[in-house]
Design a protein around this ligand. Structure first.
Ligand code: MF3
Ligand code: CO
Ligand code: CO
Length: 264
């Protein structure tokens, strides 16, 4: 296993890519309303990335081994869709929860971040899931420091999510990120403290827990990308890209419109 440590120069570029990815979410947020089609959100984000930011939408035609090329510029995962939902004609309606996942490339480096959006007033259970998943991500981020282990991040997230009565999706994880979209290491959202790779300054990776209101099991749809909960329960996800610094961590995907972190 080889983890790519970023130089000072790389880190500067990762900061730019990270902020730009977050700013796509700031840009699209006012459009995430009842009646808008997910394909329209994709079209708007694509245009903003390509024309305004001059970034490259990393998902478009992304084809990891064993996958068809991904057909859109963002992922839109609604309600029981866990991740990698493909934008299309489906319109958002009051009560939906939706994850928008943005990855841009700028100057050769990737920034990857996602947020949940509530359409109208989702059920109390849905809002609890969205908020708990946000807190789970932040608890994971706060475990990032030199000398900590990847298992510390995973166990922190798992413990919190399960304490809230929710379950962690096992098949997808956070990932190293840099010149490549998905690099080593894999950042599991479950595990045991003190196990796994030891963190050192210069590592950059995502933390992106997928948390289900019901059981943890998933299924993939015939489109080759969309992942749904096997029991059709709601699923939520938030994602940030983080850097391990000399004395802790830096979140690279913050922007003016990013929601406040939860109280520590
Ligand atoms: N952005 C997703 C992640 O967080 C990956 C999406 S791959 C795609 O890792 F091809 F579906 F876009
Ligand atoms: Co990611
Ligand atoms: Co992502």
């Amino acid at each position: 296993m080889s983890v790519n440590l970023k130089s000072a120069d790389d880190i500067e570029k990762m900061r730019v890519a990270g902020r730009l990815a977050a700013e796509v979410l700031d840009y699209i947020a006012p459009h995430v309303q009842p009646g808008v089609a997910t394909g329209e959100l994709d079209r708007l984000c694509h245009e903003y990335m390509v024309e305004t930011q001059r970034t490259i939408p990393a998902p478009l035609h992304y084809a990891p081994p064993g996958h068809l090329p991904y057909p859109a510029s963002i992922c839109t995962s609604v309600n029981h869709v866990v991740c990698h939902g493909i934008p299309g004609d489906k319109k958002l309606k009051p009560g939906d929860i939706v994850n928008l996942d943005i990855t841009v490339i700028k100057d050769g480096f990737h920034g990857d971040t996602s947020r949940m959006f509530c359409i109208g007033s989702p059920s109390i259970q849905a809002r609890r899931l969205v908020d708990a998943t946000y807190e789970a991500m932040w608890r994971g981020i706060r475990a990032v420091r030199p000398g900590a282990h990847l298992g510390d991040i995973g166990s922190t997230i798992q413990k919190f999510a399960e304490s809230q009565g929710f379950s962690i999706v096992r098949e997808f994880c956070g990932h190293g990120i840099g010149r490549q979209f998905h690099e080593e290491p894999q950042v599991l959202h479950y595990g045991r403290p003190g196990t796994g790779l030891k963190l050192v300054p210069g590592m950059t990776f995502t933390i992106e827990p997928m948390i289900n209101a019901g059981r943890a099991g998933i299924r993939s749809l015939a489109d080759g990308w969309t992942i749904v909960t096997a029991d059709h329960s709601l699923s939520a996800q938030w994602e940030h890209t983080v850097l391990v610094t000399a004395d802790g961590h830096e979140v690279l995907t913050l922007s003016a419109g990013a929601p406040e972190p939860p109280a520590a």
